[in-house]
Design a binder for this molecule. Structure first.
Ligand SMILES: [Zn+2]
Length: 121
């Protein structure tokens, strides 16, 4: 068994990869997968040991009959690459990729710092 660790990270959608040792084959920067420019943004609410995470985000939907706005919650299972290692509560950017497992079709490509971007107040 040969251990070939690619230390040079790729740049994915203009986001440079971290200079870290990474043996994750499902990593968009060091691994073998490619991502599509179909981005989602959410907050990590669950982390699992097998480099999986669950993100969630809220969107408002107008109900014309009652003239009210209802809050809808969306959840998504995503892959959490070992070089990024997003923690619970962090805001992340995910991109669509090929099916990684039964429930995962997206991968985290960036952590969003709370101080730098303030879109939703
Ligand atoms: Zn990596």
């Amino acid at each position: 068994m040969t251990t070939t660790t690619k230390m040079i990270p790729r740049t994915v959608l203009g986001i440079p990869g971290l200079q870290q040792p990474c043996t994750d084959r499902k990593c968009p920067f060091h691994g073998e997968i490619t991502v599509k420019k179909e981005l989602f943004r959410g907050k990590v609410v669950k982390r699992d040991i097998n480099r999986s995470a669950t993100i969630e985000w809220f969107s408002s939907h107008q109900v014309p009959k009652y003239e009210r706005v209802e809050l809808r919650r969306s959840r998504m299972r995503v892959h959490n690459p070992s070089c990024l290692n997003a923690q619970i509560g962090e805001e992340v950017l995910v991109a669509k990729t090929k099916p990684l497992s039964k429930t995962k079709h997206h991968v985290i490509i960036q952590k969003i710092q709370k101080n730098s971007l303030q879109v939703n107040s």
